[in-house]
Design a protein around this ligand. Sequence first.
Ligand code: FAD
Length: 497
Amino acid sequence: TAGAHVPALVIGTGYGGSVAALRLARAGVDVHMIEMGMAWDSAGPDGKVFANTTAPDYRSFWLRTRTKQPISNFLGFPLDKDVPRYTGILDAEDFGGILIYQGRGVGGGSLVNGGMAVTPRRENFGEILPSVDAGEMYEVYYPRANAGLGVSHVDPEWWEATDCYQYARVGRKHAQRSGFPFVFVPNVYDWDYMEREAAGTVPESALAGEVLYGNNHGKKSLQQTYLAEASATGRVAISPLHRVTSVAPRDAGGYTVGMEQLDTTGGTIGSKTVTADRVFFAAGSAGTSTLLTRLKATGMLPRLSSEIGKGWGDNGNVMCGRANHLWDPTGKLQSAMPTAGIDNWADGGAFAEVAPLPTGIETYASFYLSITRNPHRAEFTWNAGAGRVDLDWRTAWKQPSIDAAKTIFDRINAKEGTIYRTDLFGSYKIWGDHLTYHPLGGAVLNKATDNHGRLHGYPGLYVVDGSLIPGNASVNPFVTITALAERNVERIIAADL
Ligand code: FAD
């Protein structure tokens, strides 16, 4: 069917897309957002919108018949189980050498992530986004992003006393005994709500272990922040369960955007086209990179830069667990929202988030997601024979990340007389080196685009998401993705509209 015309179309509803939609709408531009995932605004048969991390069900995974849990094993037992194929919230997208975990739905990654809202240290910014003026970012756009996202700190006094951060206090003790800086990191969770969870006066969310498959309460996802503000302008429409498949220039100016409407088993109900004056690619690093790589290679957008698809990195993600002594229990109640990390970036190239392992039982385990300085960069390429986009990342490329993480945990283990857990990612496997939560790059700023995200060769096409960042952010990335989008969209509105 021939669809409507919109001034601005946004592909994806994660951080970059939500910033673009809000700022364009506030500037008086009508916006249509297209989202392949579900709206996540109505309850399932159990009365809840989102499934619990410890009990994945049909809502948990994007079009899989078996779960693909990041921690796949426990005490030798595989944890994955069969689930009905459904347009669930977490996609473990398999690129051969790496699984890229992503949120699917209105709100993108904000629906499933740990809410850790970290602004990188200013001295590291030059290696993250070398072509961007750091002064502007730290004076204007990082503060704007933090305000828009509702970022705040846990009350330190409450944190010191509450059972649910026992695991984090054990993490601090071990970090400090080995001489590592232990830093609190802000989060978008509503801390007042968490305190009431702990007091037993409201339904539990973070304290019930909710995170990977969504939080029913407490977490300020984009649905509660940028997207709520965007919707309040009256200028933003969102189409969930629609996947953009093509973008092509029109003779009359602007672009024709093709999309498929999906049902909840992933089947295609129908195809639509919409015409738009401007199109903002905000499908996330993997989504935007695969779409642009295919559109360039198949002749729909042939003038795109040869930099498209290049410069992809995993933010150096690697996971591990440590087995503590019996006198260092990490607690059977663990808040699913991390609050702190071990910062050995300057000396060892690793920032390790002290992560929860919310199993509901005492595990005596400390669990960490490390962000490391990994120099490897992969490229997305069009595989014409298979009709898909490939990514040439290899599992062996995680070795620099493992080495960096070991600068922290080998020392802690030596000091404490402890060992690594070997049961979390298989049997006798220490490192979770098969995945990333933080895909970055593939349409790198000032290479595949100009210095504000305008795609070369096609006026009116923009990239506004994590694919602009060349592979590493030195910390968890969503605050940087948001701040960069704030910077770029402000310029685009001022100069292009
Ligand atoms: P996304 O948020 O990924 O949004 C892209 C959206 O586009 C998605 O909703 C997707 O469904 C949609 N889309 C894709 N392709 C199409 C298409 N063709 N048509 C229509 N729609 C499409 N970061 C932090 O900073 N702190 C954390 O604590 C943290 N924890 C994490 C935990 C997990 C389990 C995961 C998976 C991620 C975590 N992250 C965290 C990473 C963070 O969520 C991502 O960096 C961020 O969401 C990326 O933002 P984005 O705007 O680039 O894209």
